[in-house]
Design a protein around this ligand. Sequence first.
Ligand SMILES: [Zn+2]
Length: 271
Amino acid sequence: MTPTGTNGSGGEDVQRGSSGPSNATDPEVWRAYWASVADSGRRRQVDLAAADPLGRWLVAEAPVLVEDHDIDPQDLHVDPDAAFAAAREGFEALVADRDLPDHGDDRYGYESLPVHLTAVGRVDSGTFALRDPVADANTLVTLDGATVVGDASRRQEAAVLTYRCPRGHETPVCQPLLRTWSVETCGEADCDRDVVPDDARTRPRTVARFTVDGPDGALPCVAVGRYAVDEFDRLAAADRIHLTGVVRLLVDANGELEPTCEVVAAEPVAP
Ligand SMILES: [Zn+2]
């Protein structure tokens, strides 16, 4: 925890203390980080992600977040979902600030934009090591040099489903990676009519799947963004990979847990 936000997070966060938000979950800190990315040689990445949040992605470098933006690696480890939510919120603010070309009139926003966090192991490798998929679930973890088991695959899946009520309201539902969510009633304020899916508004994304040898045996992995698009062929050809991700505990029909890793970053180990 840092007593004050530095690095462009403004002067209004003097209240930050032990009970306040950490830099890892502060959208202002992330906005400053994405601004620095946009002002560097990686401007194109920012423009592409702004215009196509389901087809593109953002890459954040953990050592830069830690060293230049006072983000505590422990906070990333403990609550990655809060950190990534702040990362997306900060990015959305940057898109608005700079009036970047965005994704048009679609209402799905940046909720499903993949944020890849690279070089996590370099900032605090001990903290992040995956030891037990169940005990370490929902935290940000790494597996160094995990053996890839079997073949990788990829396909198009729904990233956003849209439901429509008889009055014409649209209710977009961003899909989590490992489940399909649906709604029964309209999401518009003051409207509770039944809805039906509007298939013409389904928004796809590319999803890759592969399996690695984890601490408890085979660990299925699911990846979107860079690792399902640009880097898929490299990953599919790799025998071993450095993996950063968040393990979710899926439950099968018998109530049995199926730990599954949502990939945050993956890098083939050089042979
Ligand atoms: Zn409605």
